[in-house]
Design a protein around this ligand. Sequence first.
Ligand SMILES: *Cc1c(COP(=O)(O)O)cnc(C)c1O
Length: 416
Amino acid sequence: MLSAISRYGARVLPNTEEIVADCRSRGTLIQGPQIAEFEEAFARRVGGGRVITTAYGRMAFYYMLKALDLPAGSEIVMPALTFWVIPALAQAAGLKLVFADVDPATFTLDPDSFERAITPNTRVVVPTHLYGLPCDMDRILDIAGRHNLIVLEDCAHALGATYRGRPVGTFGQGALFSFQTLKPLNCYGGGAALVQSPALAERVAGFAYAEPWPSEERVNKRLFTGKLQRIFIRPWVFSISSFPILWLASWMGANPDVYLWEKIRTLSPLPAEYTERFPNVQAAIGLAALGYLDDWTRQTQAHARLVTESIADIPGVVPPVVPPDRTHVYYQYCVYGPDRDKLVVNCVRRGVDIETLHVDTCSDLELFGDARTDAPGARRAAEAMQIPVYSDLTDEQVQRVARTVRAVLSEAASGA
Ligand SMILES: *Cc1c(COP(=O)(O)O)cnc(C)c1O
């Protein structure tokens, strides 16, 4: 079988093993000075505010909601298209969920839909910079300001992206970042809150730092999983291991994604692994990774440009829209085309693994009960397909992605 290109690529430091060995020999795997160093470096990198590390990005969000101490019945407006865990944690924190639609052109919160979702009980809005593109922040901040709402940005996909030259994460009272394996800054898990007001930051820190330290066993397991992931997404290993599953599934109409992701379920009470501190070894990895972030972002953007150039002229194909006032970091590169499911199957058969929906149409999930609502923009957005452009693809691989996607899309456009 031909070698295959995975849908996912993790950003991996050349010296991960040395960093881990160094922490081990100093006895700073769990507690150590690099946590505070990383928090300060991260705050400097994003540009202001105080950074508080957490076991997951989602927990940064949860602690910020707890720290706000909002009255019972407070409502939170969230985009209908996001990772299901974030609205589930808003519910776990005691807020009433209200979904607003997204603009299917940009995949991000539609300001008009946000404004329509506001009631006298609305207290918070969450602009999610989905797939790495900043939301329309001027309009969102204007609406939030007029209604006196707190803005918490979800930057899990968008570290390094800018809106009118200013980095995401600095527009709201608070922001969350994720350091999961596939996210822009890979620490093999973890996350952080970026909080502007010192008083609110102190309260967030009060929650986050009161959690127990993870056991050495758990951290070792996490590092080991990271090592396996690093091995398994190398093209040749991917080809002989997980790709045959995807390849077979493409002939059987099965969706192997359902086995890869966390099961959708209620999050209250919180799962035990959520309520821990972020360990020193992962901070040490993050600290080193910050030095590579700009290069990784530039590589990903160059790959995205190459794919866009190769498909932009095909009738019926819509590459990602980037409004001129923003930069896109392409955590996911999303394209609309005719007959998506057939396209994906045809790409997979030619060895390019394509993902269809990286997040969830939360407004349709049973989990959210009465908060479910009609969000046509989110449903439309869920029809896009996600083409691999991640930073660690080689030039040759990204050219192959572009060629394959172009061939498959052109065939579909000409009705072949
Ligand atoms: C990954 C992600 C998060 C939070 O990530 P954690 O897994 O909790 O670190 C938040 N929002 C979105 C949209 C995400 O994709």
